[in-house]
Ligand binder design. Structure first.
Ligand code: AMP
Length: 273
């Protein structure tokens, strides 16, 4: 990978990276398309990163199908797929960790305390190996996007981070490799998450400016579906995930739930002008 990337850079070509954990879907492929537009050469990495999974999480059963992923990527015009093994990425004497402190503390960081350090560390490794000019991340993992942007700024990495919008199923469910765990009926219930976010956006557009009132109304709606166990619903400043006294500026409505034992996240950005 390092040799390949060196040749690309020596030829003066712009290199783009799309990091993934594989089991690709249209969301991943939209990031690849975006990278292809911005860069001459695109690399996709596929690595189910063990350090971003907590104890008791789904690392072992996380869906994997490399032949299928490679087949999908062959049609997208990517130049290379980088799929290192866990021992290549983390040799037995591996010791280093990168932590983006405040941004990793709330939302998903509350229930997954080691998650973002795992993400930041592996993404820094991928950046150092691939040395991309541009890397594309999905807004689906909005907190992750901010964590990566902050790491790049704080550590002067010189990689341009671009965001891809959330690609959804017809019923609104955000695409995710973990949707594979959901049955047909669960997918029907899962569509309620996006409906709740759209409802929140509508309330803001109608003039709701109270954070607590907004959360209460969205939660009330979500709680009508007994199958959905809410982990968090937050309304925050979209620029830095700070709490808001009042709804103003660019607002993030983000949620995490469990449905049929599957953890699902989704979010929406609302511009209040
Ligand atoms: P993952 O393989 O789940 O680690 O995701 C790899 C990248 O794809 C991350 O930047 C995600 O934010 C992005 N991604 C995942 N699902 C979607 C989606 N539905 N729409 C757009 N991007 C996504």
């Amino acid at each position: 990978m390092q040799k390949f990337s060196k040749r690309v850079r020596a030829a003066g070509l712009r290199l783009g990276l799309v990091p993934t954990m594989g089991f690709l879907h249209a969301g991943h492929l939209s990031l690849v398309a975006k990278a292809r537009k911005l860069c001459d050469v695109v690399v996709v990495s596929i690595f189910v990163n063990p350090t971003q999974f907590g104890a008791g999480e789904d690392f072992k059963k996380y869906p994997r199908d490399l032949p299928r992923d490679l087949k999908l990527l062959r049609q997208t015009g990517v130049a290379a797929v980088f799929y290192p093994s866990a021992t290549e990425v983390y040799p037995p004497d591996f010791q280093t960790e990168v932590k983006v402190k405040a941004l990793s503390a709330n939302l998903c960081g509350l229930s997954r305390p080691a998650h973002f350090a795992g993400v930041a560390t592996v993404v820094l490794k991928l950046f150092n190996i691939v040395r991309p000019d541009v890397a594309v991340f999905g807004q689906k993992d909005y907190q992750q996007l901010l964590v990566i942007k902050k790491m790049v700024a704080d550590l002067n990495l010189g990689v341009k981070i671009m965001a891809g919008s959330i690609i959804r199923e017809k019923n609104g469910l955000a695409m995710s490799s973990r949707n594979r765990y959901l049955g047909v009926a669960d997918r029907h219930w899962a569509a309620k998450l996006y409906a709740a976010l759209i409802y929140g956006k509508k309330l803001i557009k109608r003039g709701e400016r109270g954070v607590a009132q907004l959360k209460k109304q969205i939660l009330h709606r979500l709680r009508q579906d007994k199958k959905i166990k809410i982990e968090y619903l937050e309304v925050l400043n979209a620029a830095n995930l700070d709490p808001l006294a009042k709804i103003r500026g660019k607002v993030l409505i983000a949620l995490a739930v469990r449905l049929a034992g599957v953890r699902l996240i989704d979010n929406i950005i609302v511009e209040t002008g």
